[in-house]
Ligand binder design. Structure first.
Ligand code: CU1
Ligand code: ZN
Length: 183
């Protein structure tokens, strides 16, 4: 008799766990948190730089599990975080500036868009907080226009790789020698 009760109890516990698992998945699918304002004191989650003091599109990540907000000085640093193997497989909400809607020197947070639906220009001559960066756009046409003017290649979110970022790094060294000298 004792054994039967125990079996029933463990079945009930298993069922409860299954239910909890289901509702959690459902929440992740339906909930998309709104973008958060980037304040003047905010520092980049990757490099620690003061985000608003630098030009170019910024990034933002809201973690899927605990809705933690990470802000990034540049789309470049957002990708270097988002493409880490432990982050890449998670369904984080990611925002970037739509540079067709806002000024390169001072991107405005009203122009934040879902990074997963955005188009990126890699390898253009326009630089952001960390030097070469990925110019982000809501529309493919705007991205193509930008690439025609400033160079670079248009890629979708899912096609951005770590190589695009390291390729940027070599450009960065050239840029730094020309403009900034010693660091
Ligand atoms: Cu930085
Ligand atoms: Zn950074």
């Amino acid at each position: 008799m004792g054994t039967v009760n125990f079996k029933l109890l463990s079945a009930a516990v298993m069922f409860a766990l299954l239910l909890a698992g289901c509702s959690e998945t459902e929440e992740q699918l339906t909930e998309k948190p709104d973008p958060v304002h980037i304040e003047s004191g905010d520092e980049c989650h990757v490099c620690g730089m003061a985000i608003t003091r630098f030009p170019g599109p910024k990034g933002e990540a809201i973690t899927a599990r605990d809705q933690q907000v990470h802000k990034f000085c540049s789309t470049r640093d957002m990708f270097s975080w988002a493409l880490q193997p432990e982050n890449a497989k998670r369904d984080h909400t990611l925002y970037v500036h739509d540079m067709a809607q806002t000024d390169w020197e001072h991107p405005d947070d009203t122009a934040l868009i879902d990074a997963r639906e955005a188009f990126f220009v890699v390898g253009s001559e326009r630089t952001g907080a960390m030097g070469p960066t990925l110019a982000s756009f809501a529309s493919e046409n705007s991205a193509v226009e930008f690439a025609n003017e400033f160079g670079g290649e248009v890629v979708e979110f899912k096609d951005v790789t770590m190589e695009h970022l390291t390729q940027d790094m070599s450009h960065k060294e050239i840029g730094m020698n020309n403009h900034e000298g010693e660091h």
